[in-house]
Design a protein around this ligand. Sequence first.
Ligand code: FAD
Length: 465
Amino acid sequence: GDFAKDVDTLIIGSGPGGYVAAIRAAQLGQSVTVVEKGSVGGVCLNVGCIPSKALINAGHKYHDATHSEDIGIVAEKVSVNFDKVQEWKGTVVDKLTGGVKGLLKGNKVELIQGEAYFASENSVKVMDEKSSQTYNFKNCIIATGSRPIELPSFKYTERVINSTGALALKEVPKKLVVIGGGYIGIELTGAYSNLGSEVVVLEGGKQILPGFEKQMAKLVEKRLKNNGVSFKTEALAQGVEETENGVKVTAEIKGKTETFEADYVLVTVGRKPNTDELGLEQIGVELTERGLIKIDDQCRTNVSNIYAIGDVVEGPALAHKASYEGKIAAEAIAGEKSVIDYLAIPAVVFSDPELATVGYNEKDAKEAGYDIVAAKFPFAANGRALSLNDTDGFMKLITRKEDGLVLGAQIAGPNASDMISEVGLAIEAGMTAEDIALTIHAHPSLGEITMETAEVALGTPIHIV
Ligand code: FAD
């Protein structure tokens, strides 16, 4: 055997869950070791949130350059140098992952490269190519994240790709088939269709973006259709045949078999938690049927010194939720009374227009027994949205009827991803529609939409009748 090393808090995984937990644990005086088998920053920084947003931005730049004749901008000879796009995307990722390494170091967190496997309730073995080292810990946080599901009839290859493959393509596909109309599939559809790909989306259900209200999903669908994307709903992807330089995908669509030829097929049908290769069964950590780790409201598993956060536990698989839980777990280990409260966790789709939601929507609020006001205001009535030439969308604010307490919001429109934070704050702080309406918002700004929607809730809007 090896000579075991002792640490206070051992964190497995350095994604937005793990690295944030590590920094908070260090701030609270713990000696912290993070074990990472892949790249620092996890899925989010390397093959998720950040590179996808970079590609989406590149798509916008190109699309705007070639689609702004209506406001008098006529661009000629605009082209995409995709090698350069990819190179730039890489520099964005490198800056951020380098930043995280620096933050870990600056907080005296030890970073170990290798794969962790539980040996007991108090120790893990960390293996790299050459050696294995045992670490004894007082407390451990599991933050091992998730990976794309692989369908048996769509084994991943050079041309049958998952989101990681889609972010690393060396060319803009002429034709792309996307299986799965969830947010990851739709964001990548938007990016590549803006960069010039002809995209077909095959969605098994009746609606793309199933987590969002139909009205919101429809706006995205309409914009993508205008861009030449075609949608097949209730489509069951059946199999793929690789041709010399492409793929032939077969799908059953409302009972009829159809084939689609493309350069690549992107499969984004969901993700599964990385909980199957950790030795959890040996130490008795309880999982749900879907393989997620069961936790209490302090992110503690049934083994009292082992915590779990992020994509390996229940709830939306989102980076900010992982980071939020990371802070709670680190604070719980330090003996603080922090507990998780998921009410104001936003969810965003970086589509055109962007979609964002936080707290309750109309249906959920009613189901939870609230008597509500659902106030709505269109982007088309906002000066900034008009001057941006980007007026598709609306904001809906859900408030409690008796006192105007803010319960939630849904936004479809440019910068919805940033606008949603104000409503998150309002929920978190227990504010009312009146509080938002009384807050002076800069003019002209998209933020005024939030103020006006609050005025709608109060029955006194200025800019619509
Ligand atoms: P991860 O980020 O998955 O990190 C887990 C880390 O653990 C990995 O680095 C892995 O190598 C390591 N690991 C696993 N097992 C071991 C082991 N045994 N030993 C050592 N290390 C191990 N979320 C958003 O909020 N906004 C977005 O815009 C967004 N866009 C996305 C776009 C795409 C294309 C994808 C795929 C995801 C996106 N997400 C987004 C989701 C987001 O990336 C995840 O929710 C987030 O990364 C989860 O964080 P995590 O810390 O739980 O795990």
